[in-house]
Design a protein around this ligand. Structure first.
Ligand SMILES: CC(C)(COP(=O)(O)OP(=O)(O)OC[C@H]1O[C@@H](n2cnc3c(N)ncnc32)[C@H](O)[C@@H]1OP(=O)(O)O)[C@@H](O)C(=O)NCCC(=O)NCCS
Length: 168
């Protein structure tokens, strides 16, 4: 991982969450999928969502939103790094943070990536995510959503406390 001095904190302010949603809505893949600011706001601030912002030199550089509710416990719903900050390790820092947060409670990290999002697919592959499923024509016709998973092992016998102490 690159040491950029990325600081990551929970984002609770509705104003900041709205600003973050606006940035997503103006960017692919959300723009191409037709997900507007309201839809993006639901993704970052809906029930059960935890959103964390990354700051570089005091500037908000991106955010990650995850949930530990639902069938796919440990689901990263949003990964976003502002265009000016991409390719510098901010995304890697955000996802490492999200993985640590999820693995405290559950052994699986899930996320979806659009079939057309080649850069993000390469990014997740490099970080050890593997395809676990495919939702054809899921949001818009002609674009599939790939379900990816990274796992620390099966649910049974999983002990986050042991992982924390490095004895897994
Ligand atoms: C996908 C995304 C989150 C990745 O974030 P990022 O901050 O650009 O990611 P990183 O900088 O950690 O890694 C990206 C690349 O930069 C390279 N990189 C990382 N740190 C670097 C550094 N300090 N110097 C040079 N290159 C670096 C990595 O090797 C990586 O290469 P890869 O494309 O082969 O994987 C970001 O590009 C993004 O928000 N895209 C738009 C929204 C999106 O697609 N989100 C995902 C939806 S599923």
């Amino acid at each position: 991982m690159y040491d950029l001095g990325v600081k990551i904190t929970r984002m609770r302010s509705r104003r900041l969450l709205r600003a973050a949603a606006g940035e997503m809505a103006a960017s692919d893949p959300w723009r191409r999928l037709g997900i507007d600011g309201k839809g993006c706001f639901a993704a970052v601030a809906g029930p059960g969502m935890e959103t964390y912002a990354a700051f570089v030199d005091g500037r908000r550089a991106g955010h990650v939103s995850l949930t530990l509710n639902g069938l796919l416990r440990g689901y990263i719903r949003v990964m976003f790094v502002g265009e000016a900050f991409r390719g510098r390790g901010v995304g890697e820092a955000l996802i490492a943070f999200a993985e640590r947060r999820i693995l405290r409670d559950s052994p699986n990290v899930f996320l979806c990536v659009s079939s057309f999002n080649a850069g993000a697919r390469r990014f997740y592959r490099r970080l050890g995510y593997v395809r676990a499923g495919l939702f054809r024509d899921f949001i818009v016709k002609g674009a599939d959503e790939l379900l990816l998973r990274k796992t620390a092992g099966p649910f049974r016998g999983y002990s986050p406390a042991r992982r924390r102490h490095g004895k897994s």
